[in-house]
Design a protein around this ligand. Structure first.
Ligand code: FNR
Length: 198
């Protein structure tokens, strides 16, 4: 069976630069033989995490949907904007909901033994690089193996062509390669986990 990758941006914005990056990297991942599911958080609105709400009503339907999606995939392809030098509230909120166990579920089941690759785009010169430091730290602390390879694309207003591809060939190649690398590394980790179980 092929490697299953869930691809999403940490922005719901319709013209999101980070969504464009996800689409390019998805091409790279599919080229490496993966089955990629694209998740647009605009289609999966989540309330702001509130422990009282969870206690009163359990997980919202969309949080359950998110968890099912994450559980069904072995790797995460993530492009996240930088907001005030950090992760976006949208992505942090999604992670927080997905981290909540339901009765009988092992802890952090959406995250443990998963592999992620990170990228970002920003109109600024650093391309959102400082935000990725935080995304990496958060995911690493909940059991995700975050690949050391990453890419931040600066000057995003000028960087993409009308088809959503990067004008700079080497940048385009790097993002495609990140998608590809995620698949090879996810496949390796998954097969070694299966070996350790058998
Ligand atoms: C930003 N932006 C931004 N950019 C950056 O490079 N460093 C930063 O610290 C911030 N901070 C920040 C805070 C807030 C609240 C907003 C709304 C924006 C700009 C951001 O990179 C820009 O809006 C991107 O276009 C967002 O990514 P998407 O939606 O295009 O994927």
């Amino acid at each position: 069976t092929s490697t299953k990758i869930l691809a999403f941006a940490g922005s719901a914005r319709r013209d999101s630069f980070n969504k464009k990056l996800v689409k390019i990297a998805t091409e790279g991942a599919r080229g490496a033989g993966a089955e990629v599911t694209y998740l647009d958080f605009r289609d999966l609105p989540l309330p702001l995490y509130d422990e009282d709400l969870e206690e009163a009503e359990g997980l919202p339907a969309n949080a359950r949907k998110l968890k099912e999606l994450m559980k069904a995939h072995q790797g995460f392809l993530i492009a996240c904007p930088e907001y005030n030098s950090s992760i976006t509230p949208l992505l942090k909120n999604a992670i927080d909901w997905a981290s909540r166990p339901e009765p009988g579920e092992p802890s952090l089941v959406c995250f443990k033994e998963k592999v992620a690759v990170l990228m970002s785009a920003s109109p600024g010169g650093l391309g959102g690089l400082r935000g990725l430091v935080h995304v990496r730290s958060i995911l690493g602390n909940i059991g995700v193996l975050v690949l050391p390879d990453q890419k931040a694309i600066g000057n995003a207003h000028q960087a993409f062509d009308e088809n959503g591809n990067l004008k700079d060939e080497s940048q385009q190649a790097t993002i495609l390669q990140l998608g590809n690398k995620l698949v090879t590394m996810t496949a390796k980790l998954s097969s070694s986990i299966e070996m350790s179980w058998s």
